[in-house]
Design a protein around this ligand. Sequence first.
Ligand code: DC
Length: 220
Amino acid sequence: MTLDRFASPTIAIDGPAAAGKGTLARRLAAHLRFAYLDTGLLYRAVGKKVLAAGVDLSDEAAIQAASSLVVADLDDPALRLDAVAQVASRVAAVPAVRTALLHFQHAFAAAPPGNAGGAVLDGRDIGTVVCPDATLKLFITASLPERAARRLKELRERGSEAIDSRVLRDMQERDARDLSRSVAPLVPAADAVVIDTSGLDPDAVFAAAMRAWQARVSEG
Ligand code: DC
């Protein structure tokens, strides 16, 4: 696979919650002047719509919410709430929800907004399902205790009275659902570069990702 096969280069970043994907994706996008899509927000927005409608969490309610999603739905700070993350990982297991959201993601990667020279997408299935031909695939991971500690710090910085054991348990539950679902489970693509961020600071993660990008570009 060579770079000139791609009309618009794409970097696919996958990995479990709180591994550092978002921080890395934003930084790569800013550095390369690519557009950035946090695909978790799509699932969170669907989850929040179901919660807001006050209906039971049925497949039908989730499919309806996914089909009526608009870009403005992604702009809601409440999407960051942990309660929304839990519902997001439930609706993400519904195959028709994933299909409904594929179009949005493909359109973004094919024609990055703002005339950007490429796109960075992060999520759980970007390298495996959404953009299997991505120029570079990264799988960003870290140990469960480290990810839970990062999430706890983030929640406390936001003024939430999060409890250690609860954050760890919620993350374990979400990991289990994301890993075990039958459709598009969280797995590294065969050709992904895996970066374990345990014990690494964001600068070291960025440097490792840029080395992978440069290697990919010089191969092309
Ligand atoms: O990355 P996040 O924590 O915002 O994602 C929220 C949930 O959405 C996560 O538990 C799994 C799901 N998700 C997914 O299934 N596929 C994606 N590409 C992105 C997120």
